[in-house]
Design a protein around this ligand. Sequence first.
Ligand code: SAH
Length: 235
Amino acid sequence: MTPSIRLHVNAPLSPGAEVPATAGQAHYLGSVMRRAAGDAVLLFNGHDGEWRARIGALRKEKGHFVAEVQTRPQAPEPDIWLVFAVLKRDATDLVVEKATELGVSRILPVFTDRTNAARVNLDRLAAIAAEAAEQCERLVVPAIAAPQPLSALLAAWPAGRRLVVAAERANAAPIRPLAGPCALIIGPEGGFTPLELDLMGRHPLVQSASLGPRILRAETAAIVGLALLQAPQDG
Ligand code: SAH
């Protein structure tokens, strides 16, 4: 039987490597999935590909795995970042889960003038991203940056990475795939302020793009934008 439980771990993976399970993984395997020592799982750590492993020991909140054989090599992934204005908790959770499924390599929450959420729980978001990567068979969990003001993000923006601003009501060209490293930025429910749009517009790596004629919720805009930014092109 193909093992279908996939788990993200932090330890290196190689033949015979002993890999600790987190308390959450031990609980999930034993109490939820009724697995026991000797059962197979798949492990990945973002560097060493995917490995078949056995549960070496499992007790309540403790356990470890023993890696056996690599089942998939590590493969290159799209170099797309998602920047988004922090939303209410459920919407932020949704954005992190869907951005992970859509392959982004880095998620950067920002505070804008009209952001009305004051903080994010990074541990919770990291757990959501790990779970989404496990479920969608990605071999990498995207990094989630600590939230920062939009102005700080722009001031330290890396050379060579284009930034696509999702701009509603702006007569911008439709969003489409770009070659090379890029990022998509989505505003808060209240939208960007004219000042913010102006600040971004003056940055040489920034371009605006439309997601169509309707005004989308920020979380919808993130999902649609990431999909269209990666849409296969003819010819
Ligand atoms: N309150 C604003 C809408 C904000 S929607 C207004 O009424 O105009 C939240 C964010 O989603 C926006 O800042 C933008 O980044 C993105 N967005 C929503 N609809 C969009 C569209 N049709 N095209 C491009 N971006 C869009």
